[in-house]
Write a protein that binds this ligand. Structure first.
Ligand code: ADE
Ligand code: ZN
Ligand code: ZN
Length: 286
């Protein structure tokens, strides 16, 4: 879930653990030149690793502008493609205000050596975050205007987390937490060292052939169609797994759903990590 508070809040990100894992997988795959530039940018705020900033965009959306927040960025985290539509269409991105348009734009700012460094750091934090978000199937799909599953109440192994559990938060974090034992503490704090252990496990499963197949080609010139392809992958997974495997009635989910979802979540975190590294390596050449 996102970092907001309150019952009516919609979740709009992988949970903190998912974003940290994506950042860690990518970090292990940066070129020396990109790693150095990433470290230089992070140092502007006293940070050392990308996992420390990977969830920052979730902390600003629900704060008013006069308190330093940026509510206008809330739609940047997702794109609502109807699950029955064949694929992404430009109309799914009103005013270009969705992840499919924002992610390439922010990657261009990151890669612009003439842009102010503070601005490039903000762009880095967004790119790290949004490459993760766009790989979460429900960040690129909706059914019956359910806000990417946020409106779909579910129980999971008998739990509802006081009614807060929904299909979206299940895919953002509950399944990952169930499978790994990772937890999210008060104020959405996570254990970065434990998340890194899980990232190492996922990263070690990625074969060179998979990494080559997943990585976009010719960045940053072709980032726009590449990002659209990632959204379409998520949309297809939402259709074929996330929604298809729901029970016909009820939405009491457990083992069967878990066994369908967890392999997808692992692959999506791995792909996001590999692709984030590729985007950063292309944006920050030697
Ligand atoms: N709010 C509306 N649609 C959403 C989606 N697909 N993901 C996250 N938050 C949303
Ligand atoms: Zn997000
Ligand atoms: Zn989300």
């Amino acid at each position: 879930m996102g970092l907001g508070t309150g019952a009516a809040q919609t979740a709009y990100a992988w949970g903190g653990n998912g974003h940290a894992i994506v950042a860690d997988i990518a970090e292990a795959r940066l070129t020396p030149a990109a790693a150095r530039q990433v470290a230089d940018l992070l140092a502007l705020e006293g940070h050392r690793t990308m996992d420390q900033v990977a969830s920052w965009p979730d902390t600003i959306g629900h704060i008013p502008p006069d308190k330093g927040g940026a509510p206008e960025t809330l739609p940047w985290h997702y794109v609502d493609i109807d699950v029955d539509a064949p694929a992404y269409a430009a109309a799914d991105c009103p005013d270009r205000n969705c992840v499919v348009e924002r992610l390439p734009e922010l990657a261009r700012v990151l890669g612009d050596a003439r842009a102010p460094r503070a601005r490039r750091l903000v762009a880095l934090k967004w790119v790290v975050h949004l490459v993760g978000d766009i790989h979460q199937p429900l960040h690129a799909a909706e059914r019956d205007h359910d806000k990417g599953g946020n409106m779909v109440k579910v129980s999971y192994f008998g739990e509802t987390r006081n009614g807060h559990l929904n299909l979206h938060s299940l895919w953002d974090e509950a399944i990952l937490e169930h499978e790994t034992g990772l937890t999210t503490g008060p104020h959405y704090t996570i254990d970065l060292a434990r998340a890194r252990q899980e990232a190492d496990i996922l990263n070690a499963r990625i074969t060179p052939g998979q990494a080559a197949a997943w990585a976009p080609q010719g960045l940053p010139g072709s980032l726009d169609p590449t990002v659209t392809a990632w959204a379409n992958e998520s949309h297809a997974l939402a259709r074929d797994v996330t929604y298809a495997d729901l029970p016909k009635t009820g939405n009491a989910l457990g083992d069967a759903y878990d066994q369908a979802a967890w392999p997808v979540i692992q692959i999506r975190l791995e792909q996001a990590g590999v692709r984030l590294a590729d985007v950063l390596n292309a944006a920050l050449p030697g």
